[in-house]
Design a protein around this ligand. Structure first.
Ligand SMILES: *[C@@H]1O[C@H](CO)[C@@H](O)[C@H](O)[C@H]1NC(C)=O
Length: 379
């Protein structure tokens, strides 16, 4: 005689919600149907557009109900420690054996990062020997919300890309300036447009459609003012609600545009790092990474110039211990060093910043940047 039993044991499950989100949105990651109080590893892997593998992992112990919830549970080892709901994203690092000096940057903003997450048995280091995968899930991380328009700008000598939010506008707008690394960097503008702002990224060095040689700035000061004018005069932009954001050398440029065109327009300016402020007539936010090893932003951020000109009420300063030079949109990993150039000479740049405090700075600064824009450009 044979007795047959059917016992329903659900298979382990890993969920990530929402499965598709903007890069600056938090997602909720949870493992279920696991044995209680058992060690597991949650691991994230993705390929950059240059096909380099990036990965992060963290060790957890399941709760009494056989779950692990990254929004509230603590990692006890791996790429980060403690309760870090987005640690698997900002903790991404080049996989062992990767090329040196990598920095993760999005080039094509019309496709997402696709992050594969897996739940592994035990406390293991992925890539090291055998590990048993219990469950897996994939998430998409976007810089561009549905309906955002990407428009190539080649006008008045300007090499840029304009991003427009969905709808007819007119929209408040941002001019987006990056550093001497060059090229046309679009991802922050794409994200601003996803948040309701028209945003223009421009190239001013290191782009083949600009006057050469590529390793020098060969555009004059008027280039930047024309870019500002082009944005301000666009029919889908509110002419009196245009801000500027800069990072690294972009801060200097932002300040220069703000002080030079300030007489013509009452524009509102938002800037991340900077010079001569006596002529400033608009609000300024200055963000400092206290472990910045590539620019003396702490010294630069002093209020004296503005105080002397009786303008300190225009100035907001944010300062973050343990953060480096490259304060970017949140949940993207910091590169403490990265390869600057290969030719004619191999150069490595030291940016500074430690992974966890840098990630915390990016998250906090981004909220404050968006609030600052909301208060100064939309109200
Ligand atoms: C995970 O924990 C957070 C915080 O306690 C809670 O809000 C969320 O609902 C939990 N997620 C799931 C899927 O249970």
């Amino acid at each position: 005689q044979v007795n047959t039993f059917f016992l329903f044991i659900p298979a382990p499950l890993l969920t990530a919600a929402p499965a598709r989100a903007l890069i600056d949105e938090q997602i909720s990651i949870k493992g279920r149907f696991l044995p209680p109080h058992c060690p597991v590893t949650v691991c994230a892997r993705m390929h950059s557009e240059d096909d380099d593998l990036w990965e992060a992992f963290a060790h957890y112990n399941t709760n009494a109900d056989g779950t692990v919830n990254l929004t509230k549970d603590h990692s006890v080892g791996g790429s980060y420690l403690g309760c870090e709901p987005m640690g698997l994203f900002w903790g991404l690092q080049p996989a062992p054996g990767a090329r040196e000096g990598l920095r993760l940057r999005k080039k094509n903003v019309e496709i997402p990062y696709v992050v594969h997450m897996s739940l592994l048995e035990g406390h293991v280091s992925p890539g090291e020997g055998q590990s048993t995968e219990l469950a897996a899930v994939t998430t998409e991380r976007w810089y561009t919300a549905p309906g955002v328009k990407r428009i190539k700008i080649r006008q008045n000598g300007i090499v840029g890309t304009l991003f427009l939010p969905p709808g007819p506008g007119p929209f408040p707008a941002m001019l987006d300036l990056w550093g001497m690394g060059g090229a046309l960097v679009e991802y922050r503008s794409a994200l601003f447009a996803s948040r309701g702002y028209a945003s223009l990224s421009i190239a001013y060095i290191g782009h083949k459609e600009l006057p050469g040689p590529q390793n020098r700035i060969n555009v004059g000061a008027s280039y930047f003012n024309s870019a500002f004018d082009l944005l301000r005069d666009h029919r889908q932009v509110c002419a009196d609600r245009v801000g500027i954001i800069g990072l690294s050398f972009g801060v200097y440029l932002a300040l220069r545009i703000a002080t030079e065109t300030g007489a013509k327009v009452r524009q509102k300016v938002q800037v991340i790092v900077f010079l001569q402020l006596e002529n400033l007539a608009c609000p300024l936010m200055y963000i400092v990474g206290e472990d910045d090893l590539s620019a003396s932003s702490i010294e630069n951020a002093n209020l004296e110039t503005l105080r002397a000109a009786d303008k300190s009420q225009l100035f907001t300063r944010l300062s973050y211990p343990g953060a480096g030079h490259l304060i970017e949109p949140p949940y993207s990993p910091n590169s403490r060093i990265s390869l600057w150039s290969v030719k004619p000479k191999k150069l490595i740049t030291l940016w500074g910043g430690h992974l966890a405090p840098h990630a915390a700075a990016q998250e906090d600064a981004w909220k404050k940047i968006l609030d600052f824009m909301e208060n100064n450009l939309r109200r």
